[in-house]
Design a protein around this ligand. Structure first.
Ligand code: GDP
Length: 195
């Protein structure tokens, strides 16, 4: 049974002035588009459709905030890495992310969803640098690990751990479909929210 407090949609924000009040703790989720972020959010919260599994890449550049019963928020950051995005949209995304990471006091940690078949990309690394620059917690979930053989998943786990070694980032194999890594991720999120 899902062991996560009830979670409900709060607000979608396209700019800092629309963010909810910056109190308490919140945990942000980020990832390249199609990395499996919505599926991870749904698996961790035990909600079937908290974050809509994306069908229309690149349409929205919104930060979605969710309220967690008993305290705290989850934050669904807009996906990145779309092939055909105008520079203006990319710049808008960058400005919104910089604003969020640089100013948000309640930001306790980042859960970064990385497709286990691709490994860490340039923007993934930038996200980790932003969160670590604020001295906050970070966890990398290597998603869709059910698609890899055991040997492949061990290799990507090892490579990613090495890439993150100095930064104290937790790296975890994850599959929303198979349920692996979900409990570990959930425990980390709960701990960060209770900070
Ligand atoms: P988002 O764009 O990062 O929010 O990614 P989604 O959660 O929408 O997932 C993108 C695609 O990957 C969808 O087709 C999902 O069904 C698939 N997917 C997500 N998680 C898993 C997983 O754990 N295993 C497998 N095999 N596919 C997954």
């Amino acid at each position: 049974m899902p062991d996560f407090p009830a979670t409900s949609f709060l607000i979608s924000a396209a700019a800092g002035r629309q963010f909810p009040p910056d109190g308490g703790s919140e945990v942000a989720f980020a990832g390249r588009s199609n990395a499996g972020k919505s599926s991870a959010l749904n698996a961790i919260t035990g909600r079937r459709a908290l974050a809509r599994v994306s069908r229309t890449p690149g349409r929205t550049q919104l930060i979605n905030f969710f309220d967690v019963a008993g305290g705290g928020r989850l934050v669904d950051l807009p996906g990145y890495g779309f092939a055909k995005v105008p520079d203006s949209v990319r710049e808008q995304w960058h400005a919104l992310m910089q604003h969020y990471f640089n100013t948000r006091e309640s930001l306790a940690g980042l859960v970064l969803i990385v497709d286990s078949r691709r490994g860490l990309g340039e923007t993934d690394v930038a996200m980790l640098e932003w969160i670590l620059a604020r001295d906050r917690r970070a966890m990398v979930l290597l998603s869709k690990s059910d698609k890899l053989t055991r040997a492949q998943s061990q290799r990507v786990l090892e490579d990613t751990r090495q890439a993150c070694a100095d930064a104290g980032v937790v790296v975890q194999l994850f599959s929303a479909h198979a349920g692996s890594g979900v409990e570990t991720a959930r425990a980390a999120v709960r701990e960060w929210l209770a900070r």
